[in-house]
Design a protein around this ligand. Structure first.
Ligand code: UD1
Length: 364
């Protein structure tokens, strides 16, 4: 079976790593990695391939940044050429970034079997580019691998047949367990943030990159106010995404001294920091899930989440984006942490194993 496994942006790399590793247990599967080049800086891309033990991609499409249409179109043209040359039996796309949508459409128009890993999640907010990517990718996919019950319900409501939908757990969590084990064996003193972490008592870990949060001056400043207030209680470690770095300088945004601005981090250094945080403040999808798997309190700085299970099991509090609401959610989150939280069903590190069992049956 000739398989192309597609990744383009940072959160995709964590999802393809366990899928790629597991594919190697099947001698009849030839699984090759397509990197669209949506993310391209060393710290956003290659550093992750190295950290996650991924081999260099077999195909690199060099899409780069641009408007949504520009970026999506570039990926589509380049991926179509790869598919026409390589005749894959199966294309696997993951997550909800522009690369997921672009490659999904191309594969299906060439009548190639298409599997979507992390299908069915819905924020019901169509102003989010990822929501459009999720809807369109799921509209054309043949096989749906889902992380939580609500995603099954969404897909069935949208007309998918139950036999197309497989609740398998979460490949993000496969990767998390694998990397946590490696981290524990690792020389942690090599991380540039090692000394800083050692110096701090309780601290929070912050990530922020959603266009709806950082591309609007007013919203961004409201978030900064809340973060500064929280920093009166504990230090805050904040690796800054390139998009956020750019708007910070455009809007002349400044944080208090106890907010430590860091460069974008590799997967393991980031894990090294957030796993011991008292609380994680984020607008990322992946971190909502990863903190849930390790029962770390998480405050999600967004109006909605496509990952409701993280709220239901008690680790995640959905804050909204206004100063007062973020502060309320922060207080609630620390209080909730005392009663602990559960881990969702099947988030046990074996999702990739379940996925390949289905794929080999479908495409073989
Ligand atoms: C993309 C995904 C988002 C994901 C995020 C994780 C879409 C629609 N969005 O958002 O779902 O959560 O990745 O990071 O696919 N840039 C660099 N270096 C890079 C890549 C980007 O400097 O290697 C800068 C460029 O100025 C670019 C901007 O970041 O214009 C945004 O990059 P882009 O890939 O368009 O979206 P993200 O905000 O990263």
């Amino acid at each position: 079976m000739n398989v192309l496994l597609v990744a383009g942006a940072r959160p995709n790399f964590m999802k393809i790593a366990p899928l790629y590793r597991e594919s190697r247990r099947y001698p009849d599967v030839r699984c090759r990695i397509v990197h669209t080049g949506q993310h391209y800086d060393y710290v956003m891309s290659q550093a992750f391939f190295e950290d996650l033990e991924l081999p260099a991609p077999d195909f690199f499409l060099e899409a780069g940044s641009g408007s949504h249409a520009h970026q999506t179109a570039k990926i589509m043209v380049a991926f179509e050429e790869v598919c026409e040359r390589e005749h894959p039996d199966l294309v696997v796309v993951v997550g909800d970034v522009n690369s997921t949508l672009a490659c999904g459409i191309v594969a299906k128009k060439l009548w190639i079997l298409l599997a979507h890993v992390e299908a069915g999640l819905r924020s019901f907010d169509r102003r989010m580019p990822e929501e459009i990517n999720r809807l369109v990718t799921d509209a054309v996919s043949d096989l749906f691998f889902v992380t939580e019950e609500r995603a099954v319900e969404n897909l069935v409501r949208e007309g998918k047949l139950e036999e197309q939908v497989h609740q398998v757990g979460n490949v993000m969590i496969d990767n998390l367990h694998h990397q946590l084990e490696r981290l524990n064996r690792d020389d942690q003193t090599r991380f540039p943030s090692f000394e800083l972490k050692k110096r701090l008592g309780d601290y929070a870990f912050l990530t922020l990159h959603r266009p709806s949060n950082v591309d609007s001056r007013e919203v961004f400043q409201g978030i900064v106010k809340a973060v500064d207030r929280i920093s009166e209680e504990m230090d805050i470690l904040f690796p800054v995404h390139p998009r956020t770095r750019e708007t910070m300088s455009r809007f002349d945004v400044r944080f208090s001294d106890r907010v430590h601005l860091l460069p974008p981090l590799g997967f393991r250094e980031s894990l090294f920091l957030w796993k011991d945080a008292r609380v994680v403040l984020t607008d990322s999808g992946g971190l909502q899930e990863e903190t849930t798997a390790l029962s770390i309190p998480c405050v999600t700085i967004r109006e909605n989440t496509e990952r409701p299970i993280t709220v239901e099991v008690g680790s995640n509090v959905l804050a909204g984006t206004e100063t007062g609401k973020i502060l309320d959610a922060y207080g609630q989150s620390l209080k909730r942490a005392e009663s602990g939280s559960a881990v969702p069903p099947l988030w046990d590190g074996r999702a990739a194993e379940r996925i390949w069992r289905v794929l080999v049956g479908a495409g073989g």
